[in-house]
Design a protein. Structure first.
Length: 210
């Protein structure tokens, strides 16, 4: 199966992304924007949830309505920057479970190093949304999804705010069945594996650690 890749061109997302990228955006504003963009992305990424018919008694009659057909969702942030995307996602789907995968990129080799993995027990009945603001070389996303697949979730989608062409290529090759959503597709990686123009180090900007 070949990946479906969606670059989200909604004006609200694009506007917020411009502010997010700005070197002068404060930590507080950055965090708020990551939340807001994540919420908008989840809104679109859940567009294909199946609906069933439902009749609702209104004060004036019976309305033929729809409801989401008992699907269970899970959000899995890749620590630590992915954490910044969880609140926005949960605002839209408060009943979702949250798993965590701890990975960091070795600064020299750029290879992901795993240090934590805790996923919902019933993940095999859940549609999983893996969230991480940055898809750079793709190593972290590939590794996280490989770990999650070992637990046989119902489906997996990957959501990032900015993707590099290199990461997108690597992720689609490694996991062709995973649908990918990004708010922006940038030009390239620099010699340190950072996305250009990107937004810098997402974790540092969310948590104010630089
Ligand atoms: C960042 C980002 C991704 C990863 C992307 O995390 O949040 O997880 O880099 O790079 P890749 O596609 O080349 O793997 P980082 O390793 O900086 O850790 P942090 O979130 O803890 O800051
Ligand atoms: N991780 C980040 O936080 N930013 C990048 O540009 C690449 C990896």
């Amino acid at each position: 199966m070949n990946n479906k890749v969606t670059i989200m061109d909604h004006p609200l997302i694009q506007h917020k992304l411009s502010i997010l990228r700005d070197i002068n955006t404060s930590t507080m504003e950055f965090r708020t924007l990551v939340n807001e963009i994540s919420m908008l992305m989840i809104y679109d990424a859940t567009r294909d949830l199946p609906l069933s018919d439902k009749k609702v008694q209104t004060p004036c009659g019976i309305a033929n309505c729809k409801e989401i057909e008992g699907r269970k969702l899970a959000f899995v942030p890749i620590l630590r920057a992915g954490l910044g995307m969880v609140e926005g996602a949960l605002e839209l789907v408060p009943s979702a479970r949250v798993g965590h995968i701890g990975l960091y990129r070795d600064e020299k080799t750029l290879q992901p190093v795993e240090y934590y993995c805790k996923l919902p027990k019933d993940i095999e009945v859940r549609d999983v949304f893996v969230v991480d603001p940055m898809l750079a070389t793709g190593g972290s996303a590939i590794d996280a999804i490989t770990q999650i697949k070992k637990r046989n979730p119902r489906s997996i989608k990957f959501l990032c705010i900015i993707a590099a062409p290199e990461g997108l290529k690597a992720l689609t090759a490694a996991h062709p069945d995973v649908e990918i959503f990004a708010a922006g597709l940038d030009e390239k990686l620099n010699e340190n594996g950072y996305i250009v123009p990107g937004l810098g180090d997402a974790g540092d900007r969310i948590f104010g650690t630089k």
